[in-house]
Design a protein around this ligand. Structure first.
Ligand SMILES: Cc1cc2nc3c(=O)[nH]c(=O)nc-3n(C[C@H](O)[C@H](O)[C@H](O)COP(=O)(O)O)c2cc1C
Length: 199
């Protein structure tokens, strides 16, 4: 039985290519392991607060020094971090926005990358504290970035691979629905992307 955490960051509901791609990845996992359980975190609905001074202070303080105010400020972060530790598989659905990730997804990242919780410098060099989990990125874009002249313009996948790796999530596979805005490619882009998962 796999515990799957699906991070959704498109506002487009059932129309969203990245969400559909993520759902297809999850269907495939469930076919292989029907008892698997899915937790959805829609980061737009969650609306993580941009980090304020109280978060920054609380992140750096040992837990036994946290005031009630610190604890309250950390509530969403603590939930997001424990959802991650609880999951065996993380599926991150990502619409490409301005060659990078949506602000709402960055909001979630700012709440899960925490010293002493998800990474540590205790040994002198950074160590990710989330171990042994599988990650799938489901990226949707109007352009094509796996090949061709735009290849170097995708800052979403390299950043996600780096920051998730930084907290220990290094086993990452990417699927894409790409070219959904390019005539001649767009007609089959969704089908091709979804089929790449099932292949
Ligand atoms: C604000 C905004 C910025 C976008 N920027 C890019 C971009 O830089 N490159 C690209 O290929 N597509 C871009 N797109 C198109 C989206 O990546 C595309 O519509 C994708 O399907 C969105 O994911 P979704 O279907 O899951 O919502 C942008 C769309 C929006 C709304």
């Amino acid at each position: 039985m796999k515990k799957i955490l699906h991070i959704i960051s498109s506002p487009r509901g059932a129309e969203s290519n990245s969400t559909q791609l993520g759902n297809t990845i999850i269907e495939k996992i469930k076919k292989e392991d029907p008892q698997s359980k899915v937790t959805v975190n829609n980061v737009l609905e969650k609306d993580y607060e941009p980090l304020q001074a109280i978060h920054v202070t609380a992140y750096r303080l040992p837990e036994d020094h946290h005031s009630l105010e610190h604890k309250q400020a950390l509530r969403d972060s603590d939930t997001a971090v424990s959802e991650l530790f609880d999951a065996d598989v993380l599926v991150v659905s990502v619409p490409l926005y301005n060659f990078a990730i949506p602000a709402a997804l960055k909001g979630w990242i700012d709440h899960i990358v925490r010293p002493g919780k998800t990474f540590s410098y205790q040994t002198g060099k950074p160590e990710g504290l989330l171990k042994g989990k599988k990650v799938y990125l489901a990226i949707a874009s109007n352009g094509v970035y796996t090949d061709g002249p735009m290849k170097s313009m995708d800052y979403a996948e390299p950043y996600l691979r780096f920051i998730l790796g930084f907290i220990g999530l290094t086993d990452i596979t990417t699927y894409r629905i790409e070219g959904a805005g390019i005539p001649g490619v767009m007609e089959t882009a969704v089908q091709k992307g979804l089929e790449s998962v099932l292949a």
